[in-house]
Design a protein. Sequence first.
Length: 506
Amino acid sequence: MKETTPTKNNGWIEVRRPIAAMTLLLALGIGGVAGLWITGHRSSRGVNILLSTASAAAVSDQISFTSGFTPVVDRVLPSVVNISSARIVRFADSGPTSPFFFDPFFHEFFGGEGQGRAHPREQRELSLGSGVIVSPDGYLLTNNHVVEGASEIRISLTDKREMKAKIVGTDPRTDIAVLKVDQKNLPVLPIGDSAGAKPGQFVLAVGNSFGLGQTVTLGIVSATGRGNLHIVDYEDFIQTDAAINPGNSGGALVDVRGALIGINTAILSRSGGNQGIGFAVPINMARQVMERIVKEGKVVRGWLGVVIQPVTPTIARAFGLEKSEGALVADVTPGSPAEKAGLRRGDVVLSINGERITETRELSLKVAMLAPGTTVRLKIVRNRREMEIPVVLGEQPSERRVLGSEPEPGVTRALEGVEVADLTPQLRRQLELPPRISGVVVVGVEPGTPAAEAGLRRGDVIQEVNGQAVANVSQFEQAVRRGGREPMMLLVNRGGSTLFVVVEPR
């Protein structure tokens, strides 16, 4: 089983045994895989995916207290497969020449190289998971972490057939992978509409639990639209209490009609086993990812070109908003679709194409799920006035490097509890800031002060105070004095991105 626990980098590491603390686990199965497979086999442009949409209403009519969900299960099981993947792990083996060879502390302090006698060895590592057949011509959906780094993949069906599968492409940012087998007329699971999933409705989770073979568990939808779990970049999970155990990753979450509404992905657990909190990627997202992978060979996403931050109650008051909803534009990328459309720092995005934005991740998710070239209508608030701006989305570029490091301490104090310094060439190099960025560097923040409570940090570059640009300490002090005892709105550059910080006086 590939179990994971939060880290500072990406929120996940792999461990090999149950852990005591509450942690999010990828419900992979026995064994584990490592590495990154980004696109795999590239399909030709324009390939049609023959998907079967849900038309199983008659099945739900057959559910009774005597048969339970047997008619649904009979329909679903043939379409859910067991996946076994293998990868080659290379390591150095010095041989057990010391009585302490198997002691982990020996390796920690003296290394595992055996005084230069190390010999590289290879080991074949196996992992188990699940997958779902979604088209009669051989396309399957599973999780990226089930097949990540795999050198060989085999699937087995309920009728005992086994066959090799190849990776068409993967999308680590949603944890979805698309596989292909060279078979026709396969049993297909009808695809439902995850947008219709409601808390309280019955669902079934189907997968290869603990490598035992197909297992079915019953539960309800506990919640929809779950995010901020730091499992993947784009999160919109269906939460369920249907038991999802090791080996279920990539398996099916179906409704009582037998329609696929999610791909089982992760669990929240203290013990490594099911505790009634499982998460599935909604099928609407997984289907869109699959279609782009098959047609383009990769996932191409829409791009707006803004840095956004949450609208907190403090920021809402400062911007004159009635509710702490929407996404605050903290920066606009030069040359981006947002800049070309006239979007500015300080704009608050309230909706996209008429769909309300209550938190920042909703805007990021909606934009990413649209194709480049799509025109969207953004309803924004600027200077306390609502307006609508059309934007033609671009193609999302690859992730840029995150900038920023801590500067040397300065000697100038301007705002209460905040020590700032001029942005010298040396500090600019340390922070890796481009020449266009100007301002003053925060070199100290006193704990417990309004600035600390507002989230100001050492290493931040303050570019504006209450809308006025500041290029040096002198300008910063003048702007602070002009602000008096009113809330101070600071435009801050942090690690190469900008955001607003509002410091309220006591």
